[in-house]
Design a protein around this ligand. Structure first.
Ligand code: F1X
Length: 502
């Protein structure tokens, strides 16, 4: 038997080798990204092991690290301030005490975040998504904490825990800690709001002097510009830009023609023209938006969707929003209603002229009419607020997949949706979009999918070789600045009948 106490069982003293002529060591991210075992074969892929290596909070080189360590506690701190503000406006003791308990639960969450606690099951608050959350935690994240679970799951988990702080209360179940901020960004966007309303409030008139070919060409050009308005409307999301001045916002939201021509250069993966060619073939169809941010971005989405209806491209537009307050600025039904009603009845913009206010009201009335007639529909499937990526949409939410498969096009807005489409992992920059989104491109019945995304976090795919590498050298912050974008299109398999495991 070997004796562990014998001197020969001790490890040898360290031998120092002089290795000055060997090539330098790769950093861990590069080792993983270059490894030949990626992408993982489908049977080895799961939420803790995406096709390429996951981003995790402890990866100091990634935006995940800054988010988990600094952004999330800051966002939660501001949310607690918001609740105190609400509490100070209350008079009923029972409601006050109930709200104080919500604050205590938020403080517990802050404590868990700051001390990197393990991810625990979601408390049974009676909501339909609890089983799905707890199944995922039990299967893939047992013993994982906020920093070593994949960033996407850990971050989504934080927002579901925040929901739990209120869903366990008696009076505050639907309280949205971000609602005040969301309304505020819209009211601070007056210049861009009126730039669009003064152009688009009047119903579209067909120009009888033009030939069909000329009308088609004009339509295409307008579509190209409106798509850019819709794309860049995403650059002012609240979670990154909370402390922006009015001037900063104006610069980002500039919607003029020259500005758009210049910004097309910043679309690094650019299927914009392919998208336009495809959309021009749709007549009286259905386009779905998987929404991102409330306020100004939603307003741009609505201007875009209004054109899709008026041009005859669509007879129906479906907007997919969130059931609960999510990632600070995501659209909920309350945000949707607020925007439509504020356009018609609001007095948000102190310096606006009566004429400008009229244009906003005209558009608001038309939009509400679309909703009444069923041309526009707001939906909120619970799957959008889970920790699953869209690689699991087909298997975990077959009803939603079936519904999306009936659309002529599904447009996913923003950074978070893009992360979910691509499994939020370290895929090479030139990975084709179809490959990066997996089943949502390859499953029978997969609809045509477009990602309109200003780049605000690490995962980037679908860009030509060499472009990202050059930016890495010249502008190391390019992946989080929101200055660059992608417009990527997957054709899907729309002709094929969806199939589900029995
Ligand atoms: O989805 P959006 O509004 O375009 O961007 C959201 C964002 O600012 O916050 C997310 C969560 O931290 C990141 O994916 C991204 O940086």
């Amino acid at each position: 038997m070997s004796n562990p106490n014998h001197p020969s069982a001790k490890p040898p003293a360290k031998v120092q080798l002089n290795l000055g002529n060997l090539p330098p060591k790769m950093n861990p991210a590069d080792i993983k990204a270059n490894s030949s075992q990626y992408p993982r074969t489908p049977s080895r892929v799961n939420p803790n092991n995406p096709p390429w290596p996951a981003y995790r909070g402890y990866h100091e080189y990634s935006f995940a690290h800054a988010t988990m360590g600094v952004r999330l506690p800051t966002i939660l701190g501001k949310a607690i301030d918001d609740v105190w503000k609400t509490l100070n406006e209350q008079s009923d003791e029972e409601r006050i005490i109930d709200l104080i308990n919500c604050i205590h639960r938020m403080e517990d969450l802050m404590n868990d975040l700051q001390n990197n606690a393990k991810l625990r099951p979601i408390a049974d608050d009676g909501a339909g998504d609890v089983a799905l959350w707890n199944k995922e935690i039990a299967k893939f994240f047992r013993g994982k904490d906020f920093m070593n679970a994949p960033w996407l799951f850990a971050e989504a988990f934080k927002y579901r825990r925040l929901r739990e702080c209120f869903s366990l209360s008696k009076f505050w179940v639907d309280y949205d800690v971000f609602f005040r901020q969301k309304c505020d960004t819209f009211s601070r966007s007056s210049q861009a709001v009126f730039e669009l309303s003064t152009r688009f409030s009047q119903p579209r008139q067909a120009d009888s002097s033009l030939s069909e070919a000329e009308i088609a060409e004009k339509n295409k050009l307008l579509f190209l510009e409106l798509t850019q308005v819709c794309l860049w409307g995403n650059s002012t999301d609240l979670s990154l830009l909370i402390d922006m001045t009015e001037e900063d916002i104006k610069k980002l939201q500039s919607t003029g023609g020259d500005h758009l021509a210049a910004t097309e250069k910043n679309i690094l993966g650019n299927n914009l023209h392919k998208l336009a060619d495809y959309v021009m073939t749709i007549k009286g169809g259905r386009i779905d938006f998987v929404l991102d941010n409330a306020g100004f971005e939603l307003y741009c989405d609505l201007v875009y969707a209004d054109w899709l209806i008026q041009s005859g491209t669509c007879s129906k537009v479906i907007f997919h929003g969130k059931k609960i307050a999510w990632f600070v600025s995501d659209v909920t039904k309350k945000d949707w209603d607020w925007l439509l009603n504020t356009c018609v009845y609001g007095q948000l913009f102190e310096n606006a002229t009566d004429g400008e206010m009229d244009t906003l009201r005209t558009m608001g009335h038309r939009w509400k009419q679309y909703e009444k007639e069923g041309k526009w529909k707001y939906e909120a499937h619970p799957f959008w607020c889970t920790g699953y990526t869209f690689w699991d949409l087909h298997s975990e939410a077959p009803d939603l997949f079936q519904y999306l498969s009936e659309a002529d096009l599904v447009i996913f807005k923003g950074d978070l949706n893009h992360r979910k489409l691509t499994y939020d992992c370290h895929a090479p920059l030139d990975t084709p979009f179809q490959m990066a989104i997996g089943p949502l491109a390859s499953e029978p019945g997969a609809p045509p999918v477009c990602s309109l995304r200003t780049i605000k976090s690490d995962v980037v795919v679908g860009i030509p070789p060499g472009v990202g590498e050059k930016l890495d050298e010249e502008e190391p912050g390019w992946k989080i600045s929101g200055k660059y974008a992608v417009v990527l299109l997957s054709e899907g398999r729309p002709g094929d009948k969806p199939q589900y495991a029995s």
